[in-house]
Each structure stands twice: as C-alpha cells, then as structure tokens.
Design a protein around this ligand. Structure first.
Ligand SMILES: C[S@@+](CC[C@H](N)C(=O)[O-])C[C@H]1O[C@@H](n2cnc3c(N)ncnc32)[C@H](O)[C@@H]1O
Length: 188
C-alpha cells in the first residue's frame, strides 16, 4: 500500500523482474486506510519501513496496522534515527543543523527537512506500545556504515557487516544507528 502511483509502478516492475508478480498486489491508498483495505485481524506480518517519518500523523498509521494484524501477528517497523542525523550533520560541518535537529521536538532541521520526524528508540517503542503492540526487539540498522569513510566501508565490507551485527542490538551503539528497526506483535 502506498499513496504514490509512481512507487506502486516501481513495485510492480520490480516484482515482475524478480518473477514474483503473481504474489504481489500494489494498492494505492493512504497508510492509515490500511484497515479498510484488508480484512481486519487477518494479516500475519506488516512491514512499515521508512513511512512513519513521512506521513502527516504516525499514530493513525500504527492504529490501522494493528487493526489489520491477526492476534499474534507481527509488525516490522523501520524509522529514521534522530541521533544518527545529529552526528551526520555535525560530521559534515553543519553544526547549526545538528543543533537544530537535537533541539527540535520532532528531530528535524525545520520546514525544509525532507522528513517530518525522526525517532529515538524510546519514542518509537512508546508509539507502538501505545497502539497495543508488544515490542519484542529493537535493532539499529547502519550503526557505523554511514559514518565511515567510503574507503573503509568499501575496503572491508565483511568486517563492517560483522561489526554492525555485533553492535546492532546493544545500546548505546544501537541508538546511534541511521535507522531503528522495531519488531513487535499484536498480543494473541
Ligand atoms: C521512503 S519511501 C519507503 C518505501 C518502502 N516502504 C521502502 O521501504 O522502500 C516512503 C514511501 O511512503 C509513501 N507515503 C508517504 N505518505 C504516505 C501515506 N500517507 N500513506 C501511504 N504511503 C505514503 C511515499 O509515497 C513513499 O513511497
């Protein structure tokens, strides 16, 4: 489900290229209308990746997602991390933007930011919990990868993956990741 016909066209094209077109249905709609697009309480797993930071309001999206899930069904939610954005701006020399991002209640640099919000692990977890989901795991995605010089990341890819795996679930490293991945369930 996506609001953008272009995004859905890309999905359909890629599904065909991967030979799974018969298993993928692209539906145009707002994320908070998901509950009306599928039978309530029937869905095994919802992936909501890189969406909560761009929608007008995240709460109705999570609420619709919970309504769609069957009891015991799972949600995989990926959101932009706030701390990584502060570090990234600062390391690029954009100290004003880093300060704005750290101070802004939504973790943005202001109106010209491409995202409407960024999350700390606690905020993202609280959002899902408030909607009735039980958060089972939180992982950081790209704890270090975006901070390293390209020569290091490209030169030692296997070592980087190994280090990322070692750090992904461990605060405080996890909480510095570019994205936070939350795995949650609707209680059975
Ligand atoms: C960064 S992309 C992520 C796409 C995909 N989930 C992924 O992980 O590759 C964000 C997507 O959210 C879509 N989007 C933005 N607002 C939306 C809304 N209110 N309801 C549904 N989709 C929305 C955009 O069209 C865009 O395709």
């Amino acid at each position: 489900v996506d609001a953008s016909p272009d995004a859905l066209a890309a999905l359909t094209r890629r599904a065909a290229e991967a030979g799974v077109a018969d298993r993928v249905r692209a539906t145009q709609g707002d994320a908070d209308a998901l509950a009306g697009l599928v039978e309530p309480a029937t869905v095994d797993l919802v992936l909501c990746h890189s969406v909560l930071e761009v929608v007008d309001e995240p709460e109705p999206v999570i609420s619709a997602l919970v309504t769609a899930l069957r009891p015991g069904g799972a949600a995989s939610v990926l959101v932009a991390g706030r701390a990584a954005a502060v570090f990234g701006r600062a390391m690029n020399g954009q100290l004003d933007a880093a300060a704005a991002l750290a101070a802004d209640p939504h973790g943005t640099t202001g109106r010209r930011d491409t995202l409407r919000r960024r999350y700390d692990a606690a905020d993202a977890s609280a959002l899902l919990t408030a909607a009735g989901l039980a958060v089972e795991e939180i992982h950081g995605v790209r704890v270090l990868a975006d901070l390293l010089p390209a020569a290091v990341a490209d030169g030692q890819p296997a070592a980087l993956v190994e280090l990322e795996r070692a750090l992904a679930a461990r605060p405080p490293y996890r909480d510095l990741a570019a994205q936070l991945h939350l795995f949650a369930r609707r209680p059975a």
